[in-house]
Write a protein that binds this ligand. Structure first.
Ligand SMILES: [Zn+2]
Ligand SMILES: [Zn+2]
Ligand SMILES: [Zn+2]
Length: 374
């Protein structure tokens, strides 16, 4: 098996550095060969045909990796774009109305598919001032229709917040928030981070033991899955290991901390955390919508806000149906058991709910329903 990045070596390095804050699971996506095309997405991008763009949970992907689409050729606007990135052609991050219209007209501009967590895009064009082709990097802005399609952070439903949501949008968070939907993470996310003190590993272990391996935010007990409990630096300074600056957080609560750097959670890990929360009854009666936003996997947040804005009843989060022997027959991120309606991640889950006689939509179908004014 040929690895395109030396993951074991990286890990040895990470362990040596004692970088315990980000515990990756080695069981899943990253530890397998990455297709060449995905490597290219991560290294500046590759031109892509619309048919090759997959839509997963409303966002864009290809060959198992999350991507965004942009147009490198900024034409004669290049001088202005290099000065002021937001004036350039917009970056698509979701299956928005603009892309849908192009699809319908069978027109698809020459988009570049790229895994970009920095926000700096390679662009070129014909400079009118220099009378020649020029190139450079520009901080292009995200497409507004994309934010609408996802109801990202409540872009549609939260009155008066749209401009703030737009100005605060950043790709690093956006990719991290959708980590559960894709097989291959941005390669920038799996590079080891430096900056921890030499004794961090031990400090973190002792600290988490003192907290009885329980999350200080949602209270889930992770004694059976200690690697899913992290030690978080409240002030963001990885060398400030004073007890008052540390917080024990499960992987899910950890990634929801503000200003967090490249924090993500794998689908399998999130599912473990959700199950433990449920079994341990730490959720209690989640009667408040705000609790649901805390619990739900971020790709579903926009949809949850849409349901709230329509005064729909509150869904159950991480709902599952078991057979007589206690094996899970079907799992849904959102479900309304009384009306037997569920929203799920993929077609396979959809089929298992369908077999139980439920009405079910994928996240993508539900978002599209709102977009097209269902
Ligand atoms: Zn768009
Ligand atoms: Zn937690
Ligand atoms: Zn942290």
């Amino acid at each position: 098996m040929k690895l395109h990045f030396p993951i074991e070596q990286l890990w040895r390095q990470v362990r040596k550095m004692g970088a315990q804050e980000r515990q990756y699971s080695l069981n899943a996506p990253v530890a397998e060969p990455v297709p060449d095309i995905v490597t290219r997405f991560n290294q500046g991008g590759a031109e892509i045909a619309l048919e090759d763009v997959d839509v997963i949970g409303g966002v864009l992907g290809s060959h198992g990796a999350q991507i965004v689409l942009y147009i490198p050729d900024q034409g004669q606007g290049i001088d202005e774009v290099l000065q002021d990135g937001p004036k350039g052609k917009k970056v698509h991050v979701a299956d928005c109305q603009t892309l849908e219209q192009m699809r319908q007209r069978n027109r698809f501009q020459r988009y570049q598919a790229v895994v970009n967590v920095t926000g700096d895009f390679n662009v070129f064009g014909f400079s009118m001032s220099q009378r020649q082709s020029v190139e450079g990097t520009a901080r292009l802005r995200v497409c507004i229709n994309c934010l609408k399609h996802l109801n990202y952070k409540g872009y549609v439903t939260e009155r008066g917040q749209a401009s703030q949501i737009l100005s605060r949008f950043n790709l690093k968070d956006f990719f991290a928030e959708h980590s559960t939907l894709f097989r291959y993470l941005p390669t920038a996310f799996i590079e080891p981070k430096s900056g921890y003190s030499d004794d961090w590993k031990e400090i973190s272990r002792n600290f988490r033991a003192r907290k009885n391996y329980s999350c200080e935010s949602c209270r889930v007990d992770l004694n059976a899955h200690k690697n899913l409990l992290h030690s978080h630096h409240i002030d963001g300074n990885k060398r400030n290991n004073s007890v008052t600056n540390l917080q024990a957080l499960c992987g899910d609560c950890h990634r929801k901390q503000p200003l967090h750097d490249n924090m993500y959670v794998k689908a399998a890990d999130l599912s473990v955390i959700q199950k433990l929360r449920k079994n341990q009854g730490v959720l209690g009666d989640t009667t408040d919508w705000n609790d649901l936003f805390q619990l739900i996997d971020p790709p579903y947040q926009g949809l949850l806000r849409l349901y709230r804005s329509r005064n729909e009843p509150k869904p159950e989060i991480g709902y599952e149906v078991m057979d007589a022997l206690g094996a899970v027959k079907a799992e849904a991120e959102m479900a309304w058991p009384r009306t037997k309606f569920a929203v799920v991640g993929d077609q396979k889950a959809k089929e298992s709910w369908g077999a139980l006689g439920w009405k079910v939509e994928t996240l993508e179908e539900a978002l599209r329903g709102f977009r097209d004014g269902k």
